[in-house]
Structures are given as C-alpha cells and as structure tokens.
Design a protein around this ligand. Structure first.
Ligand SMILES: [Fe+2]
Length: 270
C-alpha cells in the first residue's frame, strides 16, 4: 500500500513537472537540475531512514513524500521569475506547501499525514524550525531538512571542484583571497551565517560548516562523515590552521551525533 501510494505520488509529481517540458520532452537546464535534486533528496532520505531503526512504515512513507514535494514550487518559480532566489520571487517552502493542496496531491492519505507533510515542506528552507511547530511533525521536518542539506552539500562540492557547471548557481560574491574572521568564528560556534554578512566565496564556504550543528539524525551525520562532505569543502579553501580547526569542530559535532545511534538516550533534539 505504501509503495503504491508513493508510486502514484511520484507519477503526479512527474505530471506536474511535465508541464514545464518542451515539445521534445526536455526541461530547461535549471529545472532539470531541480528535478535531479528532488531525486537525490529522496535517495538520501531513504538512506537516513534505513539507518534509523525507530521509524514505522507510515513514518517512512511520510518522509519520502516530504522529500518528493519539498521543492514542488521551484518549477513555477523559475518559469515565472527566472530565478531560484526567494527574495526576488516567493518563499519556495511556503509555496510548495500550498501547492500540495492546490494540486490535490496524495488525497488518499489520512488528514494528519497530509498536514504533517505540508508543515514539513513549509519549514524545510527556513533558518530554523519555528518554536511553535507541531511536535508530532518534527521528525518529518528534521528528516527533509537533513536530506536537503546533504544533497545541497554534495551539489556545492560538485560545483566547486569543477565536476558540475550550473549557470543558475549565482553566489553574487567575488572569488577573492582570504576570508572574514568573524564569519569563521560564527561558523565555529555552529551559528548560522547570514548571507548579507559574507564578503566573498570563501565566506560562503566557511558558513557551510555551521550546518554541522543543524543536522538532526545520527544516520545523517554518518552519511556526512562517510562521504567526508565537510572535508571536501575544506579542500577548496586556503591553507590555514584556523580552517583546519573549523573542520575538526564540524567533524566532532557529527561524530558525537553519529555516536548517539548506539545510545538513543543521548540523541540530539529529543
Ligand atoms: Fe528547497
């Protein structure tokens, strides 16, 4: 039943995406990239869930649907505004959540499950999950945020190591030497770095290390460590003991979270 529900949801997602294909069935480059990103977030979600024993088949289905729908509005966003920048268009988390209802997706799901998916999709792109977020929907929100972050880190690594060229990734920051010391300190504390404080591409890369403090599941931490996501970002930054310490702090955080799997009472964000 769960497999059938996901297969039908996937077909509905594909029908929505097909509206943006040309007569030959081709998506514009930017939208093909988003289409692939959704597939990658779904794949990562399945990996995380496989590493977390406590989730039921119902939880797993809800998490997979959150990942499938999390960027649903990206297609309309680019078609309408020719940008993926929310500040120049709309908040794509809010809009994706609204589209789940507007497109009548997964109508067969119990109302509580649909509400959970809509809430998780809404907050997937926010700086933090709001304090008044429904407790029953937290697992789903944390899951899609983890999977999305890991997929974005993979994409950024591909972008900075020259494996992947994407004209839609526009940092609007100069690629100059050095970095801003206060940005490194903020990232070291695991606090979110504000984009408008960044002065160059190195600042952007340093800000990514703060994401290590906003990873929720031990299996997510394990995946980040196994793929050495932060080490590979560090490799694109200048030689510096301070940056090595920053990398080490991110690894220590992730190692602690990964270790929580062996002792669930130590789990972060209970
Ligand atoms: Fe997103």
């Amino acid at each position: 039943m769960d497999t059938e529900t996901f297969t039908q949801a996937r077909a509905a997602f594909d029908r929505h995406v097909a509206k943006f294909r040309d007569d030959a069935g081709t998506l514009p480059f930017a939208l093909e990239a988003k289409f692939k990103h959704t597939g990658e977030v779904c794949e990562i979600t399945e990996k995380i869930v496989a590493g977390e024993a406590r989730f039921s088949p119902r939880d797993t289905l809800v998490f997979r649907l959150c990942s499938l729908f999390h960027d649903l509005s990206r297609f309309d966003q680019f078609a309408q505004f020719k940008t993926f920048l929310d500040r120049h268009s709309f908040d794509h988390g809010d809009r994706s959540a609204a589209l789940i209802d507007e497109l009548g997706l997964v109508p067969e799901l119990p109302a509580e499950d649909r509400a959970c998916i809509i809430d998780a999709v809404r907050v997937h792109n926010k700086f933090a999950i709001p304090a008044d977020f429904p407790a029953a929907h937290l697992d789903a929100a944390r899951m899609v945020r983890d999977a999305d972050k890991l997929a974005i880190l993979r994409l950024i690594i591909r972008f900075f190591t020259g494996d992947y060229s994407d004209p839609t990734i526009k940092l609007e920051l100069p690629d100059t030497p050095g970095w801003t010391p206060s940005i490194l300190e903020t990232a070291m504390r695991g606090e979110c770095v504000v984009y408008t404080d960044m002065k160059n591409v190195n600042d952007f890369k340093l800000g990514l290390f703060a994401w290590s403090s906003d990873i929720n599941y031990p299996a997510s931490a394990a995946l980040a460590l196994d793929e050495d996501l932060f080490g590979r970002i560090r490799a694109t930054l200048p030689e510096s003991d301070k940056i090595d310490v920053l990398l080490n702090s991110a690894r220590i955080r992730l190692e602690a979270l990964r270790g929580a799997n062996a002792n669930p009472s130590c789990r972060q964000n209970p």
